[in-house]
Write a protein that binds this ligand. Structure first.
Ligand SMILES: C=Cc1c(C(=O)O)[nH]c(=O)[nH]c1=O
Length: 310
């Protein structure tokens, strides 16, 4: 029995990796990830220039997960691109997360990556909910289609999209119809559920400072929504477009459920932040135990095979 998997023809020890934004802001954090049991890693989403991000407190762990309004703090695209270029012969599979604060900056940043010697995967983040005044791109279907049309007029390297959660079957249908028009490597479902609110009842106060306390939700709160998005896009997208499942992963069972819904890889956010990189060994062991109990010998035995009730 094995939890090995293949992505873009590259064999990974397991389907697990960090979610962008968690444990991937600095070289030290990314090196710790690279030395961990994780099968792959992704960088913090980069803008062209360094960003300090939103004022603190901007991330809080709460009983059923987390709330964050980090505000896209990052060291700038060159920092993460240089990190990946320097290590791309040692690390099996690298994911470089990128966005821009404007349409033109997004195009500029992707042109920078295209012009580089970077051989890894680019994750285009269409779903950051926490930059004040900036809506989540992927909730604007026309803008998404316009951006992807321009990007794929020049971008030839492997490209995936980080999508926000959708909550309407019609939106799954509309978005999948757009995505199926492009040679995407994958879609990553889901980013945090944007603009939630967590209250400290004793203080009768919000818990994060930015945006009056509104922030992206992660953790147990969002697993049912994450699984639904993985399943919905797995059912609708061309098989050539893989699905990465993100959201609510804390145990090996959560990993199993994401793969059952159709995920090829599974990212860990809140629980990684709370437990540290040791979580990957625990998740692999728990996933192997579930596969053993069910008689599965590889991920393909159950990947995408969620049954419905007839
Ligand atoms: C890249 C910005 C994001 C952020 C952030 O930096 O605030 N938080 C999220 O939950 N998702 C994001 O995509």
């Amino acid at each position: 029995m094995t939890v090995e998997t293949s992505f873009l023809g590259i064999t990974l020890a397991n389907p697990l990796m960090n979610a962008s934004g968690v444990h991937c802001m600095t070289v030290a954090e990314m090196d710790e990830l690279a030395q961990s049991a994780a099968g792959a890693f992704v960088t913090k989403t980069a803008t062209r220039d360094y960003r300090a991000g939103n004022p603190q407190p901007r991330y809080v762990d709460v009983p059923l997960g987390s709330i964050n309004s980090m505000g896209l703090p990052n060291e700038g695209l060159a920092y993460y691109l240089d990190y990946c270029l320097a290590r791309q012969n040692q690390q099996a599979l690298q994911f470089l997360s990128v966005v821009g604060l404007s349409y033109d900056e997004i195009v500029e940043n992707l042109r920078t990556i295209e012009a580089s010697d970077y051989q890894g995967v680019t994750e285009f983040n269409l779903s950051c909910p926490n930059v004040p005044g900036k809506p989540q791109i992927a909730y604007d279907f026309e803008l998404t289609e316009r951006l992807l049309t321009e990007v794929f007029s020049f971008f030839t390297k492997p490209l995936g999209l980080k999508l926000p959660p959708y909550f309407d079957i019609a939106h799954f249908d509309q978005m999948a119809a757009i995505l199926n028009r492009f040679p995407l490597t994958y879609v990553n479902c889901v980013n945090s559920i944007g603009n939630g609110l967590y209250i400290d009842v004793d203080k009768e106060q919000v818990v994060i400072k930015p945006k009056g306390g509104f922030g992206g939700l992660g953790g147990d709160y969002i697993k049912p929504t994450a699984l639904a998005n993985v399943r919905a896009f797995h059912q609708r997208l061309n098989p050539s477009i893989k699905i990465i499942g993100t959201g609510g992963v804390r145990t090996g069972q959560d990993v199993f459920e994401h793969i059952l819904c159709g995920a090829s890889l599974v990212q860990v956010g809140t629980a990684l932040h709370q437990e540290g990189v040791g979580i990957f060994e625990r998740l692999v062991a728990e996933l192997e135990a579930i596969m053993e109990a069910k008689g599965y010998t590889c991920l393909e035995d159950f990947q995408g095979k969620l049954r419905e009730i007839n």
